[in-house]
Design a protein around this ligand. Structure first.
Ligand code: HGY
Ligand code: MN
Ligand code: MN
Length: 419
């Protein structure tokens, strides 16, 4: 029976919500660290989590394969085999000491929807592909969106020069996981095979929580750049070099870090973050000679972001000149702001209403694989309310069972309404 507004959703949201939260908890046990939840690309914990996701996909009636980047791809054929697919999914790697729903919920929800279609032996006019992207955060090799780019047949060979914090090389990490670095990228994905890409993701902010709403339709995703900045001064004896004669790399970097925050505060919606700062050979009684830090600048408006980047790096140059240090930067990540497709937004809004939730539209400050898939398909996103003040990239990240179940019901409605 095709759903319409006279037939409210018959998706079993309650049981699905309970199972989604239980599965996210089970998946979080696969962590690189015994002390907190961290799961980086191709580690033993990451591979164990991929195996568990593949098993759940099989159970749900999806045919499963692993691609060259280690992403797990499940496909549920439509009424006519080989039909265009609605691609959905998210990532199953995490930041360090992160939350267990970031990415993962966007894999588990569509698997639950396909399981329900399979239980009803229902086939849609198109296929459904659920993709568990193996590396979105890029926490191990600073390779944001590595897996979604490989899924589309894109890969930057220069990444193979990188090593992780333990000194393990990119190629060695792939071979240890049974993958061949030469095969990492799929053949370029034919745009004609993707009907749309829809990603379910936790909001990672407080907007839905403050509005008292379980779901949100995403209007646009903020673009962003991430740069590694190297400040080089002169190391020296902390006790003997007079203050006026110092070229202290860390004191210069501290001024630069403050400059990022000052500039970002000037424009609503613009954000600037220094997430990592390392003092090379840092020692308590040595004036720091070399410092590296990261700068992450984002906005839903690319012109606003680009102006902020120009100002921030001009400030860095002024600080470096005044202090007699040098500054150099390398861009490790850049993605333009992405507008979500109006038709997909409309259908997501209809689906949210069909499951009895109020419709709320909002932009995404966080980056998502949908930004990469937008190069090959029209994209949309559905946000799920976060608890604990909306915190994310933090072990306190939390999602309510009922909201998770409602997200699955809304996606189920979307899949059955999509033409
Ligand atoms: O950084 C982000 O926005 C995402 O968590 N990768
Ligand atoms: Mn994240
Ligand atoms: Mn994420």
């Amino acid at each position: 029976m095709k759903p319409d507004d006279k037939h409210p959703s018959d998706f079993p949201a309650g049981p699905a919500g309970r199972e989604l939260i239980a599965r996210a908890a089970a998946l979080a046990k696969h962590s690189d660290s015994p002390d907190h939840y961290t799961r980086t690309w191709l580690t033993p914990a990451h591979r164990a989590a991929g195996k568990q996701v593949a098993a759940w996909m099989h159970e749900a009636g999806l045919s499963v394969r692993t691609d060259g980047a280690g992403s797990i791809i499940g496909r549920y054929e439509g009424a006519t085999p080989g039909a265009k697919a609605i691609v959905t999914g998210s990532h199953f790697d995490s930041v360090r000491n992160g939350g267990k729903y970031d990415g993962v919920l966007g894999i588990l929800v569509p698997v639950a929807c396909v399981a329900e279609l399979h239980r009803r032996d229902e086939r849609l006019p198109f296929a459904v592909e659920v993709v568990a992207f193996a590396d979105e955060e890029g926490a191990r090799f600073q390779t944001s969106f590595l897996a979604s780019r490989a899924f589309l047949g894109q890969f930057d060979e220069a990444l193979r020069e990188r090593s992780d914090a333990e000194g393990v090389g990119f190629d060695d990490a792939m071979r240890a996981a049974g993958l061949d670095p030469e095969d990492i990228a799929e053949d370029p994905r034919d745009r004609a095979t993707i009907a749309a890409y829809v990603e379910i993701h936790i909001e990672q902010g407080p907007v839905l929580l403050d509005a008292g709403l379980p779901l949100g339709v995403v209007t646009a995703i903020a673009g962003g750049t991430r740069q590694r900045v190297q400040v080089t001064g002169v190391a020296g004896h902390a006790g003997t070099v007079p203050m006026a004669m110092r070229h202290d790399a860390l004191a210069a970097a501290a001024e630069m870090v403050a400059a990022v925050e000052t500039r970002a505060k000037k424009v609503p919606g613009l954000v600037g973050t220094v997430g990592l700062l390392e003092v090379k050979d840092g020692t308590g009684n040595v004036i720091p000679g070399e410092v590296e830090f990261t700068v992450d600048i984002r906005s839903v408006d690319d012109a606003v972001r680009e102006a902020a980047e120009r100002d921030v790096f001009a400030a860095f140059d002024e600080i470096a000149k005044r202090r007699g240090v040098t500054v150099a930067a390398r861009k490790s990540h850049a993605v333009r702001a992405t507008a979500c497709d109006e038709r997909i937004q409309e259908l997501l809004a209809e689906s949210v209403a069909a499951v009895g939730a109020a419709v709320h539209r909002l932009p995404s400050g966080a980056g998502h694989d949908a930004m990469v898939l937008a190069e090959a398909a029209t994209v949309g996103m559905l946000f799920v309310r976060c608890g604990a003040g909306g915190v994310s990239h933090n072990p306190a990240e939390t999602v309510d069972e009922a909201d998770a179940g409602l997200a699955a019901a809304a996606l189920f409605e979307f899949l059955r309404r999509f033409q």
